[in-house]
Design a binder for this molecule. Structure first.
Ligand code: PHE
Length: 383
């Protein structure tokens, strides 16, 4: 009867493999045995089918495959293991055949589960590859970085230029007293030059700085010539308010004190600076002006970098744009700071940073610089 169990499973994918072969062999055998044999061979076939179904439907990961395997191949609780235990109850002459069939099923199942495990391993690896996949062709995520305020950009550019010419950097103050802001700069209390700057007082003595020129005095009190400084950050305040004037604006003060300093030094230096800021073709001209703390005093104009000097809207048809005030340091100012005006002379200049930013970046209203409108500020990234 062992024959009945040593069924050869022809096609592993057919629903009851081996059935046809078995049933042919069973012809002519007594009913009861046939019943048992059929049951046994059916049970094996069913387990086989369950395994195939399980593999197909219930194994989606290595862990699930392992669980499924346990259901059949666990030596104590597995269905195939259980079959082995039934050995005892089988007639001795059939045991060998039964054992062989169960062993074959067991080997077959082990093989299937090994393959399944391989497949799951591969699939899990694949899933990991998918989830960890980096598409190197994808454009990088845009990291928003801010940019410096246009006035800060201009200040940095100017500092770079002047530091490149050997200037040191000094600090300006937002609050000055009457002496530093006016008196020491040769602007006595009753001087008419105070009028346009005589503004935000914190007390009779202290005021918000109206010009960075006070930095000249602070510097000359601390240092003896040779002196070569530019002063920043340069926040100053005046009672001014229109499209080109703001109550708060910025200047950068320059001061050079040494032997034999002349207007030629000033012109040479400023010429270099405007070429760097506005382009190589830009030139300068000096126009006579008046400041109590410089003698002679000049306004420095730059040739219009927009029209090249022919005359346009920016330069109001003149071909020139007014850029800064400057001059040779008044002897009285040197003397106020204890510097011998016979031995030394100095030059000073005050550059409007907001004005320079407006000219360079084509901003037509100074308020745009201080309204914190990001649509404006984002457009100017020159560093
Ligand atoms: N302080 C002057 C102003 O604010 C500019 C200036 C600086 C002029 C240095 C001469 C020398 O207008």
């Amino acid at each position: 009867m062992g024959l009945f169990f040593s069924v050869k499973y022809g096609n592993e994918n057919s629903i009851f493999p081996g059935r046809a072969a078995g049933s042919q062999r069973r012809q002519g055998i007594c009913g009861i045995l046939m019943q048992e044999d059929m049951e046994m061979s059916d049970r094996l076939a069913n387990i086989r089918q369950e395994i195939l179904d399980g593999i197909k439907e219930r194994a989606n990961s290595r862990a699930e495959a392992f669980e499924l395997r346990k259901q059949f191949l666990d030596s104590k609780t597995g269905k195939i293991g259980q079959l082995m235990k039934e050995m005892k109850s089988i007639a001795p002459e059939e045991r060998a055949g039964f054992g062989k069939s169960v062993n074959e099923l067991k080997e077959w199942a082990q093989q299937r589960f090994m393959e399944l495990d391989e497949k799951m391993k591969e699939r899990e690896l694949q899933r990991r590859y998918e989830s960890e996949r980096i598409d190197v062709t994808m454009p990088a995520r845009n990291v928003e970085t801010g940019n410096l305020h246009p006035v800060t950009q201009i200040r940095n550019q100017l500092m770079d230029i002047f530091v490149g010419m050997g200037f040191e950097v000094a600090q300006t103050r937002e609050i000055e007293n009457d002496y530093y802001n006016f008196e020491a700069l040769n602007i006595p209390k009753d001087h008419p030059a105070r009028d346009m700057q005589d503004t935000f007082y914190l007390s009779p003595e202290f005021l918000l700085a109206t010009q960075t020129s006070a930095a000249q005095i602070h510097t000359m009190e601390k240092k003896k010539p040779p002196i070569k400084i530019v002063a920043a950050p340069g926040k100053v305040f005046r009672s001014d308010d229109d499209a080109t004037h703001s109550p708060m604006f910025h200047q950068m003060e320059g001061l050079v004190v040494d032997r034999k300093i002349t207007l030629c030094d000033l012109k040479g230096m400023l010429e270099l600076f405007v070429k760097k800021i506005f382009g190589e073709d830009t030139t300068t001209r000096l126009r006579p002006s008046y400041f109590p703390f410089t003698e002679p005093s000049v306004e420095v104009d730059v040739s219009c970098f927009s029209c090249g000097g022919k005359g346009c809207k920016l330069c109001k048809g003149t071909g020139w744009i007014e850029l800064l005030g400057a001059g040779i340091v008044n002897k009285k100012v040197l003397e106020n700071c204890g510097i011998d005006s016979e031995q030394y002379s100095g030059l000073a200049f005050g550059i409007g940073l907001d004005r320079t930013a407006m000219l360079k970046y084509g901003i037509n209203n100074v308020k745009l610089l201080f309204e914190s409108d990001l649509r404006v500020l984002r457009q100017i990234d020159d560093n």
